[in-house]
Design a protein around this ligand. Structure first.
Ligand code: ZN
Length: 177
């Protein structure tokens, strides 16, 4: 059985206990932007339920143009008001070399991709950078309630990243990961 066959099989069980459709507008009027990492169980770790929040995920939880596009839709068309950004320890994008990756793709295929794949070297600073990108996006009508966190994959605890330069708990918790 392939992994996809497993999904199809499990869906049969899920359907039998499914409570039914929820409204399209997320109940918490919240959007979460985070990494695609398989160890981030957003429903479990944040107490979310079906229909509670929009979840946007990509490699690193990077605030790309596409994420901003989805945030604009989320707020303007579907009524969300708050945004949470979550990066995490032991991320595959830590120290990721964008130039090298793109050069490899270009040499193997003869064509460089039009997108960048930004990595990072400082987890907390990367959260701050992401917060700034969202807060400065002119197309988002609701930017007062945007908060950033680091998720520790070893403990599942989230630690808030403040925008001040004060030493953050989040950075000290990344030591050793
Ligand atoms: Zn990650």
């Amino acid at each position: 059985m392939s992994a996809i066959d497993h999904l199809i099989h499990d869906n049969d069980h899920y359907v039998s206990s499914f409570p039914g459709a929820r409204p399209v507008r997320p109940k918490l009027r919240l959007t979460v932007v985070t990494c695609m990492d398989s160890r981030l169980d957003l429903f479990g770790a944040l107490g979310l339920d079906i229909g509670d929040a929009h979840l946007l995920r990509n490699a690193g939880g990077v605030i790309t143009d596409d994420v901003l596009r989805s945030l604009a839709i989320s707020q303007r068309a579907i009524g969300t008001r708050e945004i949470v950004l979550i990066h995490h320890t032991d991320c595959g994008m830590f120290n990721f070399n964008d130039d090298e990756f793109r050069a490899t793709l270009a040499s193997e295929t003869g064509e460089a991709p039009p997108w960048r794949v930004p990595g990072f070297t400082d987890l907390v600073e990367d959260v701050r950078l992401s917060l700034t990108r969202v807060r400065e996006c002119p197309w988002l009508p609701y930017r007062d309630s945007v908060r950033g966190f680091v998720f520790d994959v070893a403990t599942a605890r989230i630690t808030e990243v403040t925008t001040s330069d004060a030493t953050s708990d989040a950075n000290s918790q990344t030591a050793g990961h």
